[in-house]
Every structure is written in structure tokens, then in C-alpha cells.
Design a protein around this ligand. Structure first.
Ligand code: HEM
Length: 411
């Protein structure tokens, strides 16, 4: 089993893919130029991994659904020798894998996934949505009280998902600041490795303490719900893993969608005006932003047996990489795929994946994006970039795409 790591997205591919594939160039909202070049070369095409091992890249929408919908394609990293070999980042924490359901296959995955799904109840989501609005409104108020300009990433995009996860997991108000600081550091790919590891170790220790406290005094949060409902009971190691998976999966993704999504709307003033004129479009606009921006650049699987996809036979043991940004702009599936169109009907995109590992937090992510983007564009009608678009630093070569900062003004 592989040790768990806090600084990883689900099924991370860092080090697995050749760097030129993820390199950007031109429009910051388009798929990386390396992936773009492969458009038209086949829905399932050969790919050499960073270590030279032969693999397959899937760029077609239907083919990607076929892979992700077929559990003979495994998510288990132990089966993934290329990923394991590429994974040279120093370990942040000791081996602890009991609850890393992201890297499990059915039936092992099914039990934990069901337990978790049972905690994302309508009632809990409704309560969280109200909380998201309070957080969004108070952060806009703090920004406007402090002046007429701000960097939207630290002022808005990062704290919202962080505070929402605190609420979901039941982190006490008194502990939130240190929790946020440690999370931000542990997840910050730009920070020195030693600092990130220290923050990750502290975060694991904090989570252990949190779970002990919940066992003693259960609340109305997800962890308390798991303690109440899991039969047979989960171990402490499983709890800590689950909490860390939720944190890693739900934090960086949503934060980058808020930053990059705002940038994309500001750079498409016609679309932004349409949204302001008819806020009922917010739901479809969020789906369209998820499709158009596809911030999670890839998910990978390993074939456990020879399987034919789109006329290509994937041999047993081969790695398959789903090029999510290309799949979500497959011209065989979407009309005018490179256009951001907030009127586009809500069709199934693959930004949240598909199949048994499809994003567990998608309902929550949608609520965060709808509320946070909606409040931002209605409360700040003159919102615009404070620097030229070309000066916005993008997260080049990162597997979760986005912006490092987004200076905006609203005067
Ligand atoms: C815009 C924000 C988000 C995006 C783009 C996103 C994207 C994804 C994708 C593509 C997967 C599938 C990975 C795979 O098949 O290997 C996934 C899985 C997952 N996501 Fe999200 N996610 C987002 C927000 C969230 C949030 C807010 C949470 C939790 C609070 C969350 C929790 C998870 C978990 C736990 C999994 C693994 C599910 C499993 O393995 O069964 N995500 N996400």
C-alpha cells in the first residue's frame, strides 16, 4: 500500500506525465498546449510517460466515460508502478492508508464510499449553503472595508472552501485560524518541502485530536455522523485518512475554480453581463465554467485486463490517462467547444469524473461556486482586473490548474 499524502489531489499525476504535456501557452483558459496539440490524433492514443513507459491518453468524451465507468480500470496506485516510480516527493507523514478510498477499487472502495455518501445529506448540504453565503458576504464586506483593491485568491477564493471544510468536519471556531494556516501551507506546492511536511504532520496530529474529541462529544458534523453510523466502527487511522482526503480533495479544487472562474468571467464581459442580467443562469454558468476550465487536468487508471476502448486494445497493466480538459471540449460531443457560453444547456461534463470515483463533494462544490460567484458579481457590479490579464500568474504545469493571484478592483 502507498503512504497517504496531504498535498495530493485524488489520483494525482504529478511526475507521471511528461512536463511538456501540461505546459501552458496562449489563452489561460484553454487546455495546456501539449494536450491541445494532440487533438485530432485519435480519441485513444499512445502516450509515453515521463519515465518513458508506454501508456494511453484518452481525449474523446465517450471513450473517457467508458474507461471511468468500467471498474476493470483500477484506481489502486499499488497496481500503478509508473505512478509509484514517478512519485519521488518526500513523504509528509508516516504510512497510513486505511481510509484512502480514492485509491481503492470495489468492493473495498464501496463500503467507505457508501458511508461517506450517507453523510452528504440534503439537510447538511442546506445548512452548509446558508453558511457559505454568510462566509462569502462577510469576506466581501472585509474586502470593501479595507479599500478598493484586493487579491481575490487569499481574500476570497482560498478562505471559502477552507471554512466550509471546517464546518463540514466540525472544527471549533477557536481552532480555525491555525487549521487554515496549516492546511494552506501543507497544500502549497510553492512552499519548501520541509515546511510543508511539518504543516502536514501537525495537520494529521490535529485531525487525530479532533476525532478523539468527536468520539467524546459528538456534534452535528460529518465526522460525528461517521462515528455514529459506521458499522463495524472505523479505526482512528481510517478517520484521519478520510478527513485528510476530504480536505485535500475539496480545498484546492474549489479555491482554483473560484479564482480561475472569476478571471474567465471578467475576460468574457458579454457572458458576465448576461449572468448579471439573469442570475437564474448561475447554475448553468457554473456547469459551463467547470466544463470550459476543467481545472483537474487528468485522472489515471490502470487496466487490470486487456480492454478495447474506441477500437484500441489497452493491454493489462497499461496506464490510461484521461485528458479531462480535452475530453470536455471534444468537438464530437460539444458544439463550438472552445467557447464559454453561460446559456449552454446543462449537459454531463467530466470535470467531476465519472463512475464509482465520481466526485463525492460535487454537490457541495456546486453550492460553493454558485453562492460565492453569485454574491461576488452582484455585490461588486464594477468588479474588474486591477492589472492586465497577461500579468495574472497562472499555475503552470500544476495538475490542478488555476491562478496564484488575482488582483481586482471594484471602485
Ligand atoms: C470544483 C471543485 C472540484 C472538482 C473540479 C473536483 C474534481 C474531482 C474529480 C475529477 C474526481 C474524480 C477523481 C478520479 O476519478 O480519480 C473527484 C473525486 C473526489 N472528490 Fe472532488 N472535486 C471538487 C470538489 C470537491 C469537494 C468540495 C470535495 C469534498 C468536500 C471533494 C471530494 C472528492 C472526493 C472525496 C473524491 C474521491 C471519491 C472517490 O474516490 O470515491 N471534491 N473530484
Amino acid at each position: 500500500m502507498q503512504p497517504s499524502r496531504v498535498n495530493e489531489s485524488p489520483t494525482a499525476l504529478r511526475g507521471l506525465l511528461p512536463p511538456d504535456l501540461l505546459r501552458r501557452g496562449g489563452c489561460p483558459f484553454d487546455p495546456p498546449a501539449g494536450l491541445r496539440r494532440r487533438r485530432g490524433q485519435g480519441a485513444v492514443q499512445p502516450l509515453a510517460l515521463a519515465n518513458g513507459a508506454p501508456a494511453f491518453l484518452v481525449t474523446g468524451f465517450e471513450e473517457a466515460r467508458a474507461v471511468l465507468g468500467d471498474v476493470r480500470f483500477s484506481a489502486d496506485r499499488v497496481r500503478h508502478p509508473d505512478a509509484a516510480a514517478a512519485d519521488r516527493t518526500p513523504r509528509a507523514v508516516p504510512a497510513r492508508t486505511d481510509g484512502q478510498f480514492v485509491f481503492m477499487d470495489p468492493p473495498e472502495h464501496t463500503r467507505l464510499r457508501r458511508l461517506l455518501t450517507g453523510q452528504f445529506t440534503v439537510r447538511r448540504m442546506k445548512a452548509l449553503e446558508e453558511h457559505i453565503r454568510e462566509i462569502a458576504v462577510s469576506h466581501i464586506a472585509a474586502m470593501t472595508a479595507a479599500g478598493t483593491e484586493a487579491d481575490l485568491v487569499p481574500a476570497y477564493a482560498l478562505p471559502i472552501p477552507s471554512l466550509v471544510i471546517c464546518e463540514l468536519l466540525g472544527v471549533d471556531y477557536a481552532d480555525r485560524r491555525s487549521f487554515q494556516e496549516r492546511t494552506a501551507l501543507a497544500l502549497n506546492g510553492d512552499a519548501p518541502a520541509a515546511e510543508r511536511q511539518r504543516a502536514a504532520r501537525e495537520l494529521y496530529a490535529f485531525m487525530g485530536g479532533l476525532i478523539a474529541a468527536k468520539r467524546e462529544r459528538p456534534g452535528d458534523d460529518l465526522l460525528s455522523g461517521l462515528i455514529r453510523d459506521a458499522e463495524p466502527p472505523l479505526t482512528d487511522a481510517q478517520f484521519v485518512d478520510i478527513a485528510v482526503v476530504l480536505l485535500g480533495a475539496g480545498h484546492e479544487t474549489t479555491a482554483n475554480m473560484l479564482g480561475l472562474g472569476t478571471f474567465a468571467l471578467l475576460e468574457n464581459p458579454g457572458q458576465l453581463a448576461a449572468l448579471r442580467a439573469d442570475p437564474a443562469l448561475l447554475d448553468t454558468a457554473v456547469e459551463e465554467l467547470l466544463r470550459y476550465l476543467s481545472i483537474q487536468l487528468g485522472v489515471s487508471r490502470v487496466a487490470t485486463t486487456a480492454i478495447e476502448i474506441g477500437g484500441v486494445v489497452i493491454p493489462a497493466g497499461a496506464t490510461v490517462v484521461i485528458a479531462v480538459p480535452e475530453v470536455n471540449r471534444d468537438p464530437a460531443h460539444w458544439g463550438d467547444p472552445d467557447r464559454l457560453d453561460v446559456h449552454r444547456g446543462r449537459g454531463p461534463h467530466l470535470a467531476f469524473g465519472h463512475g464509482v470515483h465520481q466526485c463525492l463533494g460535487q454537490q457541495l462544490a456546486r453550492a460553493e461556486m454558485t453562492v460565492a460567484l453569485g454574491e461576488l458579481i452582484t455585490r461588486l457590479p464594477r468588479l474588474r482586473l486591477a492589472v492586465p490579464a497577461a500579468a495574472i500568474p497562472v499555475r503552470d504545469e500544476m495538475l490542478i490548474f488555476g491562478v496564484h493571484s488575482l488582483p481586482v478592483t471594484w471602485s
